[in-house]
Design a protein around this ligand. Structure first.
Ligand code: G
Ligand code: G
Ligand code: MN
Ligand code: NA
Length: 251
């Protein structure tokens, strides 16, 4: 069956799961929470990657339902974790088109009774392709709910430096391509990573590095004062059950 058929059926029957990848402080490697990553069963015991079905869901206008489902599920599941652990949920820029994202998040918080400060929403610079004043307004309203905002995939866009200081966000996530480039291309990429940390801190933001795969990267990021770390070296995305159990053991 083709991807569209599988996707439509998954939406119809709400057949999505969230996997959770742990996020740690750089300083003492303390567990701070998890990023929720959507998974769609492929019907054969595996999953279709969101990298494949999210773009299609955006095209077909299904992202609104899928996005609401992800936010609701993440809030409900995070509510069962011991206190102190946060959950981060990815938002598609297209979700800002419907002009109801603030209401969707407000309802998810109300229904789950998750404290707003435990929810972080990850956006990308793609939100600025929406009527940009309006996107900024919606972001500000989200923050007024008490949730935190993170700018994801930082450094990969066209205009990173031109807009960062205009966006009402709390955190910057350095795109994993920079850590990968550190391995293959060395010092230049390391200089960029260091600069993003300095830039983020200068703007009063905290900084997360994504795609940490080696102990050398971990040492470097700690040394340059990066705040949070995420990557296969520290923990892979795992089922809701596995994440809850990790949080309980850690607590
Ligand atoms: O989990 P994985 O690395 O395969 O994710 C691939 C891409 O899908 C990443 O860019 C990630 O941000 C995105 N993604 C994962 N879950 C969600 C989600 O719930 N909503 C949106 N919009 N994107 C997601
Ligand atoms: O776009 P976003 O940053 O949300 O994408 C997150 C995706 O990156 C997740 O799908 C996750 O599976 C993937 N990921 C997380 N850590 C690592 C890592 O250390 N290496 C690689 N290659 N991918 C990672
Ligand atoms: Mn993300
Ligand atoms: Na990213």
């Amino acid at each position: 069956r083709d991807l569209e058929t599988v996707l439509r059926a998954a939406v119809e029957h709400e057949r999505f799961e969230l996997y959770y990848q742990p996020i740690f402080t750089a300083k003492d490697h303390a567990l701070t929470g998890f990023e929720a990553l959507l998974r769609m069963p492929n019907g054969e015991g595996g999953f279709v990657s969101p990298a494949r079905f999210i773009p299609l869901a955006e095209q077909l206008g299904l992202i609104h339902r899928i996005g609401r489902l992800a936010i609701n599920k993440a809030c409900e599941e995070a509510k069962t974790w011991p206190e102190g652990y946060k959950v981060a949920v990815n938002l598609s820029p297209v979700q800002f088109d419907a002009r109801n994202i603030v209401e969707v998040v407000r309802q998810a918080l109300a229904k789950s009774e998750l404290p707003p400060e435990k929810l972080e929403l990850e956006i990308t610079e793609g939100v600025l392709l929406i009527d940009s004043l309006d996107a900024v307004q919606q972001l500000s309203q989200l923050r007024e709910l008490g949730v935190k905002l993170a700018l994801d995939d930082f450094g990969t866009g066209f205009s990173s430096l031109a807009y960062l200081w205009k966006l009402p966000v709390d955190k910057v996530k350095i795109d994993q391509s920079f850590l990968r480039a550190m391995e293959s291309e060395g010092d230049g990429a390391a200089a960029i990573v260091r600069s993003i940390v300095v830039l983020g801190h200068s703007l009063g933001l905290v900084v997360t590095a994504e795609g940490v795969e080696t102990s050398e990267q971990l040492d470097f990021l700690e040394e340059i004062g990066c705040d949070f770390l995420q990557g296969y070296y520290l923990g892979r995305p795992a089922s809701a059950e596995a994440a809850a159990s990790l949080a309980r053991k850690d607590a």
